[in-house]
Design a protein around this ligand. Structure first.
Ligand SMILES: [Zn+2]
Length: 323
């Protein structure tokens, strides 16, 4: 049974959300761009909040996990001219994959991960680039870029306030020849191609997206990254080949996505209490069908359950048992 304070809190959230929606609608109708953003209202877990023109969706959560989907959007509004340079292909079904992971997390824990999704097609905006390449001077695209990154900051801050840490997963799709997921910790292939001893001595882990974890637990950085109990290990032992992992410790000369703008800015070496990674998925078997997306979501949640328990002392399943 819910206590009176929790009921009041629920109503307060609903009222605040309704007021925020009205303010957004009024600003949208008038064509005005708010110049002075007010402090963000507390979001209701499981509820979606949209930016102006609904190009950015922020699905609020109450877990320390924040998912981002920058390349899964399909909207191509005429109001935003196509980008002239850079990669313009979308990562097919990655937004659907992110939602499958959120549903699986909810089924296991009774709680929600945060999701920030761009609904714009990558030909209009690439939120995983700095603003110049991302929006290429288009005002509406620039505004959407700011909404996207402000929502990430808000979600991470909410997670840190609630749990003391946040774990960011930026979800993508690759078309590289080898069917393995590529785990991007903001470490380039040539850095990962070093031996464990050389990598440990390099100090590179302090610049990676697991910098906070390593600073806290110490020990071999290479082991944390690709040894037993690493995320790569937890995926590969569940049937999803991954690099880096004990079986594929180094990308070698093969194409490899090291982690882009989003994870470097929001979870890099300079972001206290925020860790994470970029996950680049192959298509056939992971994101091509609803069934495969659900399977990958189960494996991802199993891997995260172990990783967050062992490395962060966070129990994903505890929420269900506590109810
Ligand atoms: Zn991508």
């Amino acid at each position: 049974m819910r206590s009176l304070p929790s009921l009041l809190r629920r109503h307060r959230n609903a009222i605040v959300a309704a007021m925020a929606a009205l303010v957004l609608a009024a600003a949208s109708a008038g064509g005005a761009v708010p110049t002075k953003p007010t402090a963000p209202a507390e979001k209701v877990p499981g509820q979606a909040y949209f930016g102006l023109d609904r190009y950015v969706e922020y699905l609020a959560g109450d877990l320390p996990i924040v998912l981002t989907s920058p390349h899964g959007g399909r909207m191509r509004p005429d109001a935003i001219p196509n980008r002239k340079e850079g990669v313009k292909d979308m990562d097919v079904n990655t937004q659907e994959l992110a939602r499958a992971i959120i549903e699986e997390l909810h089924a296991r824990s009774g709680r929600r991960a945060h999701l920030i999704a761009s609904h714009l097609h990558r030909s209009k905006l690439d939120p995983n680039r700095e603003i110049k390449e991302a929006a290429q001077g288009q005002v509406l695209a620039e505004r959407t870029w700011h909404e996207f990154h402000a929502s990430i900051r808000e979600a991470l801050a909410a997670a840190v306030a609630r749990h003391g840490f946040a774990f960011l997963i930026d979800l993508h799709g690759h078309a590289h020849p080898i069917a393995r997921i590529e785990l991007g910790y903001a470490l380039e292939a040539k850095q990962l191609n070093q031996s464990d001893a050389a990598f440990d001595a390099s100090g590179l882990m302090a610049l990676s997206t697991l910098s906070d974890l390593h600073a806290r637990v110490g020990g071999s950085a290479a082991t944390l990254l690709r040894g037993p109990g690493s995320l790569g290990d937890l995926f590969s032992t569940r049937g999803i080949r991954a690099v880096p992992s004990p079986k594929d410790p180094q990308p070698g000369d093969h194409p490899f996505f090291a982690g882009g703008y989003i994870v470097r800015v929001h979870a890099g070496g300079d972001t206290p209490k925020v860790d994470g990674l970029q996950i680049e998925t192959y298509r056939a078997g992971i994101r091509d069908t609803a069934e495969n997306r659900a399977r990958f979501a189960r494996i991802t949640v199993e891997a995260l359950t172990v990783f967050l328990r062992e490395r962060y002392g966070f129990e994903l399943a505890a929420a269900t048992r506590a109810k």
